[in-house]
Design a protein around this ligand. Structure first.
Ligand SMILES: [Zn+2]
Length: 270
C-alpha cells in the first residue's frame, strides 16, 4: 500500500498541474459519474494530502477525496489524452494554463468520493498527526503512544495516531532507534518517542522528493542489495532470514494485526 509520501507527492504534482485552473472531471467507468458531475468544470483551488488521503478542493467548497488502497494509481499524460483504457474511475483534464496541459486517470482506488466541508473535517479529525504536514500536532500523537499498552509497532500503523506511516517506515524507523516493535507504547521512553517522530519528519520528505523510501544511513548503504532492484536498501523491511546490516543477527518476521512485521532481535531487543 502506498505510504504517506506517495500521497503528498501526488498532491504536489496535482497542485502544479491542475490548481488554479478549470478542471474537467469525468468517470469513464461510470462508478464516480455522479460525484464527477458535482465538481466538473470548476476551478481546483487546493490539492493536499493528509496521511494516506488525497483531497482536491474545488471553488464550490466541495472536495474530491481519494484513498488509493492497495491497487489505486494515477497515470498522468499530456493533452490531448487518448481514449480511456481499463477501469478509469476518474479522469481529470486541466485547462493547461501557460504551459502544457495535463490530464490524469485514476484507476482502482479504494475511495473516490465527493465530500462537503464538514465531511472533510470529520475525515481529517479522525486522522492522527501527519509527519509531512506543517500543521501536525505531534504532542497529541506522542501522548497517545505514552498512555497505550498496545505495541509500538501497531501504534505507528494506526492512522488515528500517526497518519501516513506504512509498513516500510514503521519497520525502518523502529530499527533506526533500536526499539522492538513489541514494546508497549507506554514503555517507549519520552526521548525515544520524540526521536522517532523527529526521524519521520526528516525521512518522509525525502520520500516526497524522490518517490523512494530512503531509510538506510549513508554509512550503512552497502553490502547485500535491496529486496527489489528498483528500491533503496532497507535495514529490515522484507529482509527476514537475512543477516542484519549492523549486528549480523537474523532479521525476524511475524504478522502483527494482519500486517507483515520485520525487525532485528539483536538491535531491537524486547
Ligand atoms: Zn541487528
Amino acid at each position: 500500500m502506498p505510504e504517506g509520501h506517495t500521497l503528498h507527492r501526488l498532491a504536489r504534482q496535482h497542485r502544479e498541474r491542475f490548481v488554479g485552473g478549470v478542471v474537467r472531471v469525468s468517470s469513464p467507468q461510470g462508478r464516480f459519474a455522479e460525484g464527477a458531475a458535482l465538481v466538473d468544470g470548476q476551478v481546483l483551488v487546493r490539492s493536499e494530502a493528509y496521511g494516506k488521503h488525497l483531497l482536491h478542493h474545488y471553488e464550490s467548497g466541495l472536495a474530491v477525496h481519494v484513498h488509493l488502497g492497495l491497487y489505486g494509481n494515477f497515470h498522468d499524460s499530456e493533452l490531448p489524452m487518448g481514449a480511456p483504457v481499463g477501469q478509469v474511475r476518474m479522469r481529470m483534464i486541466g485547462a493547461g494554463g501557460a504551459g502544457v496541459g495535463f490530464g490524469t486517470d485514476l484507476r482502482g482506488p479504494s475511495a473516490c468520493e465527493v465530500l462537503t466541508p464538514p465531511e472533510v473535517e470529520a475525515l481529517t479529525g479522525r486522522l492522527g498527526a501527519d509527519p509531512l504536514r506543517r500543521d501536525a500536532d505531534p504532542d497529541r500523537a506522542l501522548c497517545r503512544i505514552a498512555r497505550s499498552r498496545r505495541p509500538i509497532g501497531a501504534l505507528l500503523m494506526d492512522q488515528s495516531v500517526i497518519a501516513g506511516v506504512g509498513n516500510v517506515y514503521r519497520a525502518e524507523v523502529l530499527f533506526r532507534h533500536g526499539v522492538s516493535p513489541y514494546r508497549e507504547g507506554a514503555a517507549v521512553s519520552a526521548e525515544q518517542r520524540q526521536a522517532i517522530w523527529a526521524d519521520l519528519v526528516e525521512l518522509m520528505p525525502v520520500g516526497v522528493m524522490t518517490g523512494r523510501m530512503h531509510v538506510v544511513r549513508p554509512e550503512h548503504d552497502h553490502g547485500e542489495p535491496s529486496y527489489a532492484p528498483d528500491r533503496p536498501r532497507t535495514y529490515v523491511y522484507r529482509r527476514s532470514g537475512a543477516a542484519c546490516r549492523i549486528c549480523g543477527a537474523t532479521v525476524a518476521h511475524a504478522v502483527m494485526e494482519g500486517r507483515n512485521l520485520f525487525w532485528c532481535p539483536g538491535c531491537q531487543p524486547d
